[in-house]
Design a protein around this ligand. Structure first.
Ligand SMILES: [Zn+2]
Length: 383
């Protein structure tokens, strides 16, 4: 974090506390404000460990062991001092603010019949449905807590993930689009005018992109591997109608490493998001771009997720927008757990975000395209 951004953040907390009637503030209050800025909320639910699709789909990668690994690794570091909260279930009304009622009805009918396949990769039974309702509910509870000022950073570590679920279609392990449900709730009920969603899962978040593609109140930016599932998200797709420019798709070839991902984030995504002036920042935090992942073909290390998180954290502090991360993919449990902790640590600490030179091919090409819609000034020079 730069000294300037740090001063701005503390000052902001002090102002908001004074407005709440705390009164004159001394050194103690400054320390307390800094502690609030660095202590996060972690949302969990035991239902995430109860659902195992391998009973229906052999060798399915979305296993309870993913959550076990995260939980075990976090326990070993005392949850980094974050406050743990049990996630509620999303209500039908919260789901139907984004999804067609027919989708929810179809899933409930499948569950009532004992469960079944939605597509070749996507299965639901009673445990899966319960887990999915809590995964969406966690994202909702997270944005409520963030916008109430209970924390500046939060992580919802539940499964199944959500970013492939479209308005009327469940797919790709996803029943409901957890992050979209939360973003919509923030706009409808919490007075948030602009939500920035960064999706760093190795797969394109076709569901989130579809739900918000005609909207200018949600900026959706995805870095993802090209020519893999779900085969959407080309650079030329920038949204449509009033949402033109508010979708940023940055596909990268298989084999891309952290340098390429961080370069795209630093030089394309963050400057556009800075110009957008978000009031809430959400991360579709998938970890299947990790080099150990059995599904993804990219080469990121756990530390690369921390590098990206630091850039997002600095954006959040500059714009006074809290950050909520929602777990998406990541199918090598040890790499997943290590990367989740790296992300949480980076969000809560003050290590400076590293600035790197733009990737000569992909970043420049992406910047020239996204630059049609956004003035891509360096985030540092604009503060
Ligand atoms: Zn994925």
């Amino acid at each position: 974090m730069s000294p300037v951004a740090g001063d701005v953040r503390v000052d902001y907390r002090l102002r908001s506390r004074s407005a709440a009637g705390v009164g004159e503030l001394g050194d103690l209050a400054v320390e307390s404000a800094q502690a609030i800025a660095r202590t996060g909320l972690l949302f969990e639910h035991p239902g995430s460990r109860d659902y195992d699709p391998r009973g229906q789909i052999a060798e399915h990668p979305d296993t309870p062991e993913r959550i076990d690994a995260i939980d075990g690794a976090l326990a070993a570091v005392d949850w980094l001092g974050w406050e743990r909260r049990v996630a509620p279930m999303a209500t039908r009304a919260e789901l139907e603010a984004v999804h067609d009622a027919d989708l929810v009805n179809m899933i409930e009918q499948l569950v009532a019949g004992g469960g079944g396949l939605i597509d070749a990769d996507t299965h639901v039974d009673a445990a899966g449905y319960r887990a999915a309702r809590h995964a969406s509910g966690a994202a909702c509870a997270m944005v409520r807590a963030l916008m109430a000022g209970e924390a500046q950073i939060a992580f919802a570590a539940l499964r199944p993930s959500g970013h492939h679920a479209e308005r009327s279609r469940a797919m790709g392990f996803c029943l409901f689009n957890n992050i979209a449900v939360a973003a919509q709730l923030a706009i409808d009920q919490l007075g948030v005018r602009r939500v920035f969603i960064l999706d760093w899962d190795v797969h394109h978040g076709n569901g989130t992109a579809e739900i918000f593609r005609r909207r200018d109140d949600v900026l959706y930016a995805s870095i993802h591997q090209a020519n893999t599932y779900p085969h959407s998200g080309p650079l030329r797709d920038a949204g449509s109608g009033e949402g033109l420019g508010y979708t940023i798709n940055l596909p990268v070839p298989a084999g891309s490493d952290g340098e390429r991902w961080v370069s795209l984030l630093e030089h394309v995504v963050i400057p556009a998001a800075t110009a957008f002036r978000p009031e809430l920042v959400l991360i579709s935090a998938g970890y299947d771009a990790h080099r150990a992942d059995p599904l993804g073909g990219c080469q990121l290390e756990s530390s690369d997720f921390a590098r990206m998180a630091r850039h997002v954290r600095d954006l959040s502090r500059r714009t006074h927008a809290p950050i909520g991360a929602v777990l998406e993919g990541g199918y090598d449990p040890p790499a997943l757990a290590e990367s989740v902790i790296a992300t949480m640590r980076a969000l809560s600490e003050d290590d400076a975000a590293e600035s790197i030179a733009p990737d000569l091919i992909y970043t420049r090409q992406a910047a020239s395209y996204v630059g049609h819609h956004w003035e891509l000034q360096s985030a540092r020079s604009s503060t």
